[in-house]
Design a protein around this ligand. Sequence first.
Ligand SMILES: NC(=O)c1ccc[n+]([C@@H]2O[C@H](COP(=O)([O-])OP(=O)(O)OC[C@H]3O[C@@H](n4cnc5c(N)ncnc54)[C@H](O)[C@@H]3O)[C@@H](O)[C@H]2O)c1
Ligand SMILES: [Zn+2]
Length: 405
Amino acid sequence: MARFTLPRDLYHGKGALEALKTFKGKKAIVCVGGGSMKKFGFLDKTVNYLKEAGMEVELFEGIEPDPSVETVMKGADAMLKFQPDWIIAIGGGSPIDAAKAMWIKYEYPDTTFEDMCKVFGIPELRKKARFCAISSTSGTATEVTAFSIITDYQKGIKYPIADFEITPDVAIVDPELAETMPQKLVAHTGMDAITHAVEAYVSTAHCDYTDPLALHAIKMIKNDLVGSYNGDMAKRDSMHNAQCLAGMAFSNALLGIVHSMAHKTGAVFADKGAHIIHGAANAMYLPKVIAFNAKDPEAKKRYGEIADFIGLGGNNDDEKVKLLIDFLRKMNDDLKIPHCIKNYGADSYPCEQGFVPEETFLERLHDIAVNAIGDACTGSNPRQPSVEEMEKLLKCCYYDTEVDF
Ligand SMILES: NC(=O)c1ccc[n+]([C@@H]2O[C@H](COP(=O)([O-])OP(=O)(O)OC[C@H]3O[C@@H](n4cnc5c(N)ncnc54)[C@H](O)[C@@H]3O)[C@@H](O)[C@H]2O)c1
Ligand SMILES: [Zn+2]
């Protein structure tokens, strides 16, 4: 038996934010990040619509990018004091993910962060509150997913919380919110979205319900991401839907080792000034992982199907896999994202010698490889790497060398 879970309601299209006016409840806490939603007026609109719906509203502001365990605990305290029956999270993946984890702690105050990280181990929620997610970036699709990513900064590791219990009740996918994204954010979140769709399509947990969502998302992202990056607002709007479709696919089909590696490299070089942004990490690792996974015959066939669906050409699966890798690398070039960690500079712009020195990378390589294999996303990857293979793969991602194993 398999399960396919999505929010019960999804409001999309321009003006979808107004759906908040129809919500029924007494008290809503609005969880938000550092200021972009306030600056562009979306926070005020959210609060006003909820008040129009007759609710008392409180704000929990200042959730940082890549939210910490500490922020989650602080937010849960605020919820315990206010006792909301709606949790409304607005912004990018960071505030929405943080609010999901706060929700667990609010419903079960004795839960520790370690308890939350037990995959599919969350007790039944919705005894105190329901959850609405309003996304302002076009990538994580956390508004429809069963995941939340929280960073333990003491360990330098990102932990995924995974359970259909935290799939939001309502998702609002209003493209107006995404139109204010700066160019680099468009690039990062867009490459995150295509990675979700590609990993979901080849995942060992993919099924007839997830495949069409993944393929259609990949086709839309191929058509729209670079244009959106270059300022085409119709394409920007379309990307907001595309990333959400990719999210519906991967929330139910799970992901693979691109995400395992991104989770375990994102914060581990923070002491060198290198915070490897999630979408940029995925963009650099995806072509390498495709080459590695394509040694598995079933995965190779499925990469070939992706190449066919988006019209890349190629006479056999080997050629199709190569064309898919070339296409993704070209996308990185178009979005000014480097191909490897060595060249990863400020804001993810490519440069000769990036933040992460070779010796630091090599010193930490073994631990990163072990942690990546232990990540919750590794189990559904089509090919299971050994620690040695993971180390080799990570080296290819550092130096941009060919994956031939
Ligand atoms: N839950 C999931 O399923 C899932 C999937 C992939 C990634 N993630 C996680 O999500 C996080 C990344 O989320 P993200 O990429 O959406 O970015 P983010 O939420 O971290 O936001 C990045 C920055 O962009 C700003 N911003 C957000 N929306 C904006 C807008 N419309 N206009 C202008 N500025 C805006 C924010 O204020 C912030 O400074 C990471 O922690 C990642 O690990 C979660
Ligand atoms: Zn992701």
